[in-house]
Design a protein around this ligand. Structure first.
Ligand code: FAD
Ligand code: NAP
Length: 291
């Protein structure tokens, strides 16, 4: 009966290992605790486009709910009090994984580290999403304009992949303006994949228009800021649609503060009323970054 009631060495080892795993989980990856209001997601995919832009995918906790177009605060488990920054979910609300499209700021408190993530790494995400670039903040209409510059395309990458968008609008016009052509690649790739997908392709055919322009490469076929292309009428001429009209058109805007200010003034001058979550309107705006 010797040893009865006493643990074998192997059982003790297994129990110690399990306790260590549980302890590591409580402490979080990198030895820092993961607070209750944060999800720890695992990176599954990373793709770099330029020295300033990349996209990545992560797992999605089943409990995480958001509306296409919203943003959440993300960070890295690299400090007791990590830096969190606002990020639009670029994937649609129905997707089982999450996609983000990100800038790389050389000395940026978050992105100097975030740009180095690899599959298997952990990204932290606060549990509460928010934002005004949602279909609920717009009154019904027939044509939806999604006007973006730089990483401002991220919330629209979510909205164009949501079938609800096509239930609510006959035409969806996504504009994306960047300094150089390489910065347009994420959007071009995304729209091409949608068109190639048998189910989605059928839904968006003839209804999703992707209109790109650049401002600092004279060789690209379409030149100019979106403000200029709206004011001189080239956008509408190229698309074969009438100019902006609050009776039929709805507008979402995402870019730098300067771009938002100029496009907001342009919409107000054409009689559009700004909307919000608690009061839907004819256009909505959100910063792509704070400056
Ligand atoms: C509502 C909202 C949603 C956002 N969604 C995204 C997103 O989906 N993808 C994304 O990359 N960023 C997004 N941002 C910006 C993001 O929150 C961070 O600013 C960015 O990740 C850089 O973080 P950082 O700590 O490295 O540098 P920060 O200290 O945050 O920024 C340093 C400087 O870099 C420049 N900068 C920051 N972000 C950008 C950007 N996106 N494009 C161009 N210049 C920039 C600005 O000049 C800024 O002052 C969003 C910001 C807001 C307010
Ligand atoms: N892109 C780069 O190569 C680069 C490199 C180093 C640092 N940065 C810095 O990173 C920050 C963000 O750069 P970014 O290129 O992502 O964003 P950005 O400066 O907002 O430019 C993105 C696009 O928006 C256009 N734009 C700017 N202001 C506008 C306005 N008021 N109305 C309509 N369109 C407008 C730009 O045209 P214009 O070209 O006419 O301005 C450009 O085509 C800036 O502070 C920049 O100095 C950028």
């Amino acid at each position: 009966m010797e040893g009865a009631g006493r643990e074998s060495d192997a059982a003790l080892e297994a129990r110690t290992e399990r306790a260590a795993d549980a302890d590591a989980e409580a402490r979080g990856v990198g030895g820092f605790p993961i607070p209750d209001n944060v999800y720890a997601e695992t990176v599954t995919e990373v793709e770099h486009y330029t020295d300033r832009l990349f996209r990545f995918r992560t797992t999605r906790s089943q409990a995480f709910r958001f509306r296409s177009g919203e943003f959440a605060m993300i960070g890295l488990p690299n400090a007791e009090r990590p830096v969190y920054r606002a990020y639009s979910m670029a994937s649609p609300a129905w997707d089982e994984t999450l996609e983000f499209f990100s800038i790389k700021v050389p000395d940026g408190p978050l992105t100097q580290h975030l740009q180095k993530i690899k599959p298997g790494d952990t990204v932290l995400m606060r549990k509460k999403p928010t934002g005004t670039l949602v279909l609920d903040a717009l009154l019904p209409g027939s044509r939806l304009y999604l006007l973006s510059t730089g990483t401002g395309i991220a919330p629209f990458a979510s909205i164009i992949r949501d079938p609800e968008t096509y239930d609510k609008f006959e035409q969806v016009i996504l504009t994306h303006t960047c300094r150089i052509p390489a910065e347009l690649r994420y959007g071009e790739q995304l729209v091409a994949e949608m068109r190639d997908d048998p189910l989605v392709g059928e839904l968006v055919e003839g209804r999703l228009h992707h209109y790109t322009s650049v401002t600092r490469d004279a060789d690209f076929p379409r030149q100019g800021r979106i403000t200029t292309l709206i004011e001189n009428g080239k956008l509408f001429e190229d698309l074969g649609v009438p100019p902006l009209d609050p009776a039929t058109d709805r507008v979402m805007i995402c870019g730098s503060m300067a771009m938002l200010q100029d496009l907001k003034a342009l919409c107000l001058a054409r009689g559009f009323e700004e909307g919000a979550n608690n009061k839907p309107g004819q256009f909505v705006v959100e910063k792509a970054f704070a400056d």
